[in-house]
Write a protein that binds this ligand. Structure first.
Ligand SMILES: Cc1ncc(COP(=O)(O)O)c(C=O)c1O
Length: 496
């Protein structure tokens, strides 16, 4: 085994009031740390001079403890390389440093290290469902994954390293909770031109993605127990983020015209807000009709309620004219617009944005500050240049053509391999498609079987708050090549 670098040594606990000699306290501490796995075989320990100075004691007890531990075989010394934990300590003697597998939580209670019950919050307990085996691989149809192999990584890394090298003091200290002003300006211009969003940079707040954007909305707008209409089926990430903030979700049915506003008025007349994906409903893919949009905005204005518009993938529409966002048609400033770079760049970028009503900007700034202060400055700088230098618009244009071809390939493969067994629903847009399974087929079982064949499809039933009448599957095609799409659908057709 090769020697490990110094690594992190946990704080050495010394009690000045303990009658035990210091060198014994120290040697006891090291023995425990080695046996419990906090210090690993081969890991370098601090020099005697360094440790004595850190503990503000003389060097003599440290030398005494190290000598003792060497004599017992816990430590060994190498000429010129300092003192290390002995490599010969059998791994079985050394306690586990690996965390256990997370266990499902139930009713706010978790299995403790000794099997004892330990409470966690009800909010978190209700969040953890069955194990999502379909997320264990990156095979065809993983929802939310774009065509990563087509991302201009060379350009992006050049921008990131340019900014990393020249970061300067301003880029290394705390930034504004609202985000980097040039990026906010670029986003405001982009949204105005492409989505009809009416805003200026003062209304744009940079987030670490939509998930956080929704969480900030909930913290700023809701109190515990406030009712919120939720599209049913809807985006599970929104269920999570709104619930953790204490919102009470009211499932409102969705059809080919989007959320059923009349039903919402009946089911939750006094709701504080509504969460919707009007451009491309997640997961069923419908586009909200103009009549429903008008009715929803009127309801929100009349009831002093907020409309949270999640516009997660509207850059990709393949048929018809581009749609104006709901925010762009709202005369009463009731809409909070949620956007992300996860689809148009890549999910791990963790940069997104909110557009908030002008009078709420201060409240949102305070709420964001309380949650996690601000988004990493380096990626904000690089993203600004990526937009300003035209790479962003170019990438979106080429991905639109690519996804259109991938979508056509999925539909053709489903038709060929599965015929009537998967009934595709939804509009010609985005990076995923939903299909309904024949009545009685368990979509979780199909997703599990598909995962075993290396195919990642998401069960539709996981998106419902109320148990659905019929199961289905969501297929993300953004990250799958034409060949992977054909083979993926072939494999999928064997799963039920
Ligand atoms: C409806 C919806 N909103 C938002 C997101 C993206 O979230 P984030 O920006 O947190 O990556 C997704 C990703 O799959 C989504 O499906």
């Amino acid at each position: 085994m090769s020697r490990l670098p110094a690594g992190f040594v946990p704080p050495v606990a010394m009690d000045p009031h303990n009658s035990m000699p210091m060198y014994l306290q120290l040697s006891d501490w090291f023995r425990q740390a080695i046996l419990s796995g906090q210090l690993r075989p081969g890991q370098r320990v601090p020099s005697s001079r360094g440790l004595a100075s850190e503990l503000k004691i003389s060097r003599i007890p440290v030398l005494g403890a190290y000598e003792q531990l060497q004599a017992e075989g816990y430590l060994e010394t190498f000429q010129g390389a300092g003192t290390c934990v002995a490599r010969a300590i059998p791994a079985v003697l050394v306690g586990p440093a690996k965390p256990g597998r997370p266990r499902p939580l139930s009713h706010g209670v978790n299995g403790g290290p000794n099997g004892a019950s330990r409470r966690v919050s009800q909010r978190v307990a209700q969040m953890r469902g069955p194990e999502q085996t379909w997320l264990a691989n990156l095979g065809a149809f993983r929802v939310g994954v774009p065509a990563l192999e087509h991302f201009p990584l060379g350009v992006w890394s050049r921008l990131v390293s340019r900014h990393a090298r020249g970061l300067g003091k301003e880029g290394m200290v705390y930034g504004s909770p609202m985000g980097h002003m040039p990026l906010r300006t670029a986003i405001a211009e982009y949204l105005g031109a492409t989505r009809g969003v009416r805003c200026d940079a003062s209304q744009v707040l940079i987030t670490t993605g939509s998930q956080q954007g929704l969480q900030i909305c909930a913290h700023v707008l809701f109190d515990d127990g406030d009712a919120v209409w939720m599209e049913d089926p809807g985006y599970p990430g929104a269920h999570q983020s709104l619930r953790t903030a204490g919102a009470q979700l009211i499932p409102v049915p969705v059809d080919e015209d989007g959320i059923d506003v009349a039903q919402g008025e009946r089911l939750g007349p006094h709701a504080r807000a509504v969460y919707i994906t009007p451009s491309h409903q997640f997961p069923l893919g419908s586009t909200m009709s103009a009549a429903r949009r008008m009715r929803l905005l009127e309801w929100a204005a009349r009831h002093d309620a907020w409309v949270i518009e999640d516009d997660y993938d509207s850059e990709y529409r393949f048929g018809g004219r581009p749609l104006v966002s709901l925010q762009g048609t709202d005369a009463h400033e009731r809409v909070i617009y949620v956007g992300t770079f996860s689809k148009v760049m890549f999910p791990a970028i963790r940069v997104g944005y909110l557009v908030v009503p002008r009078d709420l900007a201060g409240a949102f700034e305070a709420g964001r500050d309380a949650i996690d202060t601000f988004t990493s400055t380096l990626y904000q700088y690089a993203m600004t240049d990526f937009i300003r230098e035209g790479h962003f618009a170019r990438h979106i244009r080429s991905m639109r053509t690519l996804y259109q071809a991938r979508r056509a390939a999925v539909l053709a493969a489903i038709e060929l391999e599965m015929g009537g067994r998967l009934a595709v629903v939804g509009a010609d847009a985005g990076m995923q498609v939903a299909g309904l399974l024949p009545p009685g087929v368990d979509d979780v079982a199909v997703s599990r079987a598909a995962a075993q064949r290396g195919v990642s499809v998401r069960p539709l039933s996981q998106c419902y708050l109320k148990p659905p009448q019929r199961g289905g599957l969501i297929l993300g095609y953004g990250g799958a090549s034409l060949e992977e799409i054909r083979e993926g659908v072939r494999q999928l057709s064997r799963c039920f």
